[in-house]
Design a protein around this ligand. Structure first.
Ligand SMILES: *[C@@H]1O[C@H](CO)[C@@H](O)[C@H](O)[C@H]1NC(C)=O
Ligand SMILES: [Zn+2]
Length: 260
């Protein structure tokens, strides 16, 4: 197993295969759940494929319409969007606290409320110590994993990044308007990572392209030759993609999508 599938975008580790089908172990329905433990997510896990740090059912194309237009937003009830979560028992208390702090950062800055999973909650986030840091984009039917490997994902920025995927957002540099702001140097990108730079018809919710977004890749992400893969048009020397936490625009976008 690759022990280095961590922090794919943050460290831009060059030679890690992430186009791996999810392991067979997930084919086993380990639990039907009880009042304390949710069932393990079924959402397409047998056919899911990891595209960079985004897990997608095989049946969807990579550049699918923004999933928020297909109903992957989490439902709102009253003024809040309650998103049930469960944190795997494989984390230590210290590790859990890092994850909880990450979830709390949404609680305090948006109308998202991460609430502990309880019996009867059908859609939920199951945070598990799997291989690498990854998430689905948007809500999936019947529960979904966020993988936060203990070995490299337990940082505020990574927790927030993967949670923002689960709330329905893509990476900053694939935004529909990115060509106005950045040049993608495809000639420097690892051939099997080029897909991660394909533009998506995102709904940008009137928020500006943000180099300080926690969803922005580093300048040299997935470089095959050490040269830059993303360059800011306004300033080719600008270093970006190293946010330690959500930016004001990351928060604004969530608020606009969920009409907070
Ligand atoms: C977020 O807020 C809800 C409702 O106020 C609360 O029940 C929940 O425990 C909070 N989540 C976290 C991770 O603190
Ligand atoms: Zn990501």
């Amino acid at each position: 197993m690759s022990a280095v599938v961590f922090l794919l975008l943050f460290l831009a580790i060059a030679d890690v295969s992430v186009s791996v089908p999810i392991d067979n172990e997930y084919n086993i329905d380990e639990s039907v759940g009880d009042s304390k433990t949710p069932p393990r997510p079924k959402a397409d896990f047998e056919t899911a494929v990891l595209y960079d740090d985004i897990a997608k059912p095989k049946t969807l194309s990579r550049n699918a319409d923004p999933c928020t237009a297909k109903g992957c937003k989490w439902p709102k009830s009253g003024s809040y969007v309650y998103v049930p979560y469960f944190i795997s028992e494989s984390y230590s208390q210290k590790e859990r606290n890092i994850i909880i702090r990450g979830l709390q950062s949404f609680n305090v800055s948006t109308c998202i409320r991460f609430v502990p999973w309880k019996c009867g909650d059908r859609d939920f986030i199951y945070i598990e110590n799997k291989d690498g840091c990854w998430s689905y984009v948007g809500r999936q039917d019947g529960g979904q994993y966020i993988s936060l490997n203990k070995g490299g994902c337990l940082h505020q920025s990574v927790v927030q990044h993967e949670v923002i995927h689960a709330l329905g957002f893509n990476h900053e540099q694939v935004r529909s308007d990115r060509d106005t702001y950045v040049r993608i140097l495809f000639e420097n990108i690892l051939p099997d990572k080029k897909f991660a730079f394909e533009k998506i018809e995102t709904n940008n919710l009137g928020t500006p392209y943000d180099f300080n977004s926690v969803m922005e890749y580093r300048n040299d992400a997935f470089s095959k030759n050490g040269k830059l893969t993303i360059v800011a048009k306004c300033n080719p020397n600008l270093k970006f993609g190293t946010a330690k936490e959500m930016s004001a625009n990351d928060i604004l976008r969530i608020k606009r999508l969920y009409e907070c």
